[in-house]
Design a protein around this ligand. Structure first.
Ligand code: UD1
Ligand code: UDP
Length: 389
């Protein structure tokens, strides 16, 4: 079986490590993977570092699309991916998550009848002002095999008309080969959880970020901010930084800055706040860190504050409370279990959430993301679907 895997943005490169590792360890003689990097992320610390650190095979192709408006970036990727699909003739294209690289892969593949495997299917924010919501809905509805990490994802797909039974497996013509018009849905756990389990101890051994940042034995808050809904709106970015400035009076804050945020801080945060943030000894603004460094930071943090989808979940994997800097989340289970609080970009809600978690840190983290073997399960189902063709 031949797979073409599309990656482009940081979290997709990280997720791809889990699938490539499972192919290498369990299916090397049965599955060939061709990796296509769209070039959506291109700085070394947003891309190359993960290949070096996580043993991801070098991409077979890089489309080098770089940054541009949604339409231009997606169109360039679609054109490049279509040509490669025609050349490589894979049995499946594998798409992760909800970025413009995902959307481009979905549109290119569906139109020329290459079956799509969507990993992280079914997630919804019910907020179509997010570019990611559009991307994930289009991708799900063009897919042949949909792997959803959570029960909420399964319910969302059911509501949108996908044939799903209570066991989590599609009920539509179970003997017939799945197709775009007869898709199969699987509830199988989260591929990011596979990675966090695999790399947690390796991170502890191989990184020295805790010592380098002088965080040993010091409780700190780990924060990340990159959503366009926060970075592109001065009042929202300002409110988040007001909260960070307030929190820094009692706690050390570590903030690895996404390049989007690094750029927009200079224009969208007023000069008074910039001075406070850049001069505070208690706010460590650092460049994006490697994945191993990130999970070391997550493991040692007292609390995580973020608008990232992946970082919210990793906080949960490492049993840390999380303040979500968004009005809603696709990962509803972590809020329902009381381990995360939606505070949006609202200073007083952020401070209330902090007060809550400082006094009552959560103690139970039910298993909602599978058993750490999602990648193997997915590959098994792909092989099965391919043999039924
Ligand atoms: C993208 C995804 C988002 C995901 C995030 C992960 C879309 C629509 N958004 O958002 O879902 O959560 O990746 O990090 O696909 N830039 C650099 N260097 C880089 C990459 C980006 O400087 O290597 C800067 C550029 O100024 C660029 C901006 O960051 O314009 C935004 O990059 P882009 O890939 O368009 O969106 P993200 O905000 O990264
Ligand atoms: N991450 C990282 N270095 C950083 C920030 C995040 O390696 O400086 C990792 C993080 O551990 C998670 C993934 O990147 O696995 C999340 O990506 P991001 O926040 O960019 O996007 P999202 O998950 O919101 O799409």
């Amino acid at each position: 079986m031949k797979l073409v895997t599309i990656i482009g943005a940081r979290p997709q490169i990280i997720k791809a490590a889990a699938l490539s590792r499972a192919i290498r360890n369990h299916y090397a003689d049965q599955i060939q993977e061709v990796i296509v990097h769209t070039g959506q992320h291109y700085d070394d610390n947003m891309s190359q570092v993960f290949f070096d650190e996580l043993q991801i095979p070098r991409p077979d192709y890089n489309l080098h699309v770089g940054s541009a408006s949604h339409g231009v970036q997606t169109a360039r990727m679609t054109e490049g991916i279509e040509a490669l699909l025609i050349k490589e003739k894979p049995d499946f294209i594998v798409l992760y998550g909800d970025t413009n690289s995902t959307l481009a892969g979905a549109v290119a593949a569906a139109k020329i009848h290459v079956p799509i495997v969507h990993i992280e299917a079914g997630l919804r924010s019910f907020n179509k002002s997010m570019p990611e919501e559009i991307n994930r809905i289009v991708c799900d509805h063009c897919s042949t095999l949909l792997f959803t990490p959570t029960k909420a994802g399964l319910e969302n797909l059911k509501r949108e008309g996908f044939p799903v039974d209570e066991s989590g497996v599609s009920t539509s013509s179970t003997t017939a080969a799945p197709t775009i018009d007869n898709p199969k849905v699987y509830h199988c756990g989260d591929i990011m959880y596979d990675n966090s389990l695999h790399f947690a101890d390796i991170a502890e051994e191989k990184t020295d970020i805790i010592q380098r940042l002088e965080l040993k034995g010091k409780p700190f808050i780990l924060a990340t901010i990159h959503r366009d809904s926060n970075t592109d709106h001065p009042e929202r970015l300002g409110a988040i930084f007001d909260a960070l400035i307030e929190l820094s009076k009692e706690k050390q804050i570590v903030l690895p800055l996404h390049p989007r945020t690094a750029k927009l801080l200079k224009t969208n945060l007023n000069s008074e706040k910039q001075t406070l943030v850049f001069s505070s000894p208690n706010i460590k603004l650092i460049p994006p860190v490697s994945f191993l460094e990130m999970i070391a930071l997550e493991r040692h943090a007292q609390l995580v504050m973020t608008d990232s989808g992946g970082v919210q979940k990793e906080a949960y994997f490492f049993k840390k409370p999380c303040i979500i800097l968004r009005p809603e989340t696709e990962w509803v289970e972590i809020v329902q279990t009381g381990n995360a609080i939606l505070a949006d970009a609202d200073e007083s809600r952020i401070m209330q959430a902090w007060a809550h978690f400082k006094d009552c840190p959560p103690t139970t983290f039910p298993e909602i993301f599978g058993d750490g073997h999602a990648a193997e399960f997915m590959l098994k189902q792909m092989l099965l679907a391919n043999s039924n063709k």
